[in-house]
Ligand binder design. Sequence first.
Ligand code: HEM
Length: 127
Amino acid sequence: MLHNEVTKENLNNLVIKFYTKVIKDDLIGPIFIDILGKDLKSVTWKAHIQLLTDFWASIALGDFTYKGNPFAPHVKLQDKLSIKAFEQWLKLFFETLNTIYEPEIAQQFLARSKNIAGNFIRNLNIT
Ligand code: HEM
């Protein structure tokens, strides 16, 4: 059943499902695996999943747990990133959103993530 309400629990499911897809992806999977490894159950991945759940909760729920800097870790990935990689990230994210949320909510997350991806691309001079 698709959710018509965002909760921290369904955000956590979203994030887990998304990265399950991501690490299997030929284009962007290796970028994540290089840094975080390939075992989603590892301590490193668990921390990333929690961080990203908090990140989306800060956006969607006004939750104050996330205190990081979303942009910073991508600076060191600059050489590996491309417009194509961001397009693939957005595609996988939207596919996952549609398995968790009603279309209206999925669209809101998509709009937000497109916006953030656009900022990353501009600020990192990605082509
Ligand atoms: C091809 C596109 C992307 C790749 C390959 C990528 C990769 C990564 C990796 C490997 C990390 C972990 C870095 C570390 O722990 O050292 C990370 C962190 C993060 N990413 Fe991305 N990312 C991408 C796009 C995005 C987009 C579009 C968003 C937001 C909509 C996003 C949000 C975040 C956030 C919030 C963090 C955690 C930042 C913190 O440490 O507080 N990423 N990303």
